[in-house]
Design a binder for this molecule. Sequence first.
Ligand SMILES: Cc1cc2nc3c(=O)[nH]c(=O)nc-3n(C[C@H](O)[C@H](O)[C@H](O)COP(=O)(O)OP(=O)(O)OC[C@H]3O[C@@H](n4cnc5c(N)ncnc54)[C@H](O)[C@@H]3O)c2cc1C
Length: 354
Amino acid sequence: MFSLDPSRPDQARLDSLRGDLLVRAAETEQIGPWQSGAFSLLASSGLLAGFVPAEHGGNGATEEAILESLSAVASGCLTTALVLTQWASACRIVASGPEALRHRLLPRLARGEETATVGIAQLTTSRQHVGKPALVATRRGESWWLDGTCPWVTGADSSDAIVTGAVTADGTPAFFLVSAASPGLGIGPPMRMLALSGSRTSSVSFDGVEPAEVILPSGLPQARAGGLATTALAIGATRGSIAILDSEAAKRPSLAAVADGFRAEADRLAGQLRDLARNDGPAAEARDSLRTAANSLVVRAAQAALTASKGAGFLSGHPAERGIRESMLFLVWSCPQQVAAAVMCELAHLDGPT
Ligand SMILES: Cc1cc2nc3c(=O)[nH]c(=O)nc-3n(C[C@H](O)[C@H](O)[C@H](O)COP(=O)(O)OP(=O)(O)OC[C@H]3O[C@@H](n4cnc5c(N)ncnc54)[C@H](O)[C@@H]3O)c2cc1C
């Protein structure tokens, strides 16, 4: 049992957790981290506690330590890392809520006794081109009612609660905690995806759902270094591909230079990520440009790992095959428009977004 050190995670223990997640990765990809035991490992190792403030049963790790631990989890199992980020995002929003809710829920989340996930993309990166809000919150007296859809909720059918955001009558967002057992809530079957189907990501419909708690009746949750988690995962997934290159290089020394090249680039981006994490609220431009670089790196490293693994790596179940499919996540998941535009310009060998 270890706790994520508030300022610096214990590297040896993170490596050991990574190894345990890697052993289960193929199974987790199929059945999800709740059933494979991967999520319990995060709780029993004490890693979850790092994401929760000290006054609420956690040990309030620094942003830098959190990002490093996310990266380590992603290098062992990207499905578990994706689920962890959505859990962490739910915790972060709950931590901006009323004291009574924080006091009741956060210690239980830190110990893994209850699980939560998040469905907020309809406010940020999903359905923005559609004229009307996907999820609407209506106030009647002291009560609120939610109607509409959360198009993406990872682990919806495996979590006790969903933290969601909806648009109110005056157009501002509000955030709520919804019990997964609420009347009127329809959790769709987990979607079959190119990769990460074990994350059990579903679309969730709301038909007059009364939330269990109002977290924020208006406004946005307080962000910390916000938005850097996806980059941490991309760097972690890159390290997974570098591990494949290293094991091939043990048999074919000529590949060592390729592995070292990717390692140097991953280390450089990890250094930039640490710098941004230390800076409370980094500029969106710096954050997006790092994410763009990480997107490019994770895809190229996965391709190199497949190339080095040759035809054997093309077979279903080979880690290089899984790595290729999983690297595609970063092109679509929580990807701001500016990042998507820059990635497409790079793919098309254009100078930059117009
Ligand atoms: C594996 C996975 C897990 C996820 N888990 C979560 C989660 O737990 N919680 C969460 O909140 N979010 C989650 N997301 C959502 C994610 O963060 C993004 O919001 C999502 O990937 C955006 O894709 P979209 O298809 O919804 O985008 P949209 O922008 O809604 O695009 C949908 C389609 O609309 C069309 N379109 C798009 N833009 C325009 C335009 N300007 N004009 C005309 N047509 C247009 C295109 O044909 C596009 O294919 C997850 C995503 C993935 C892939």
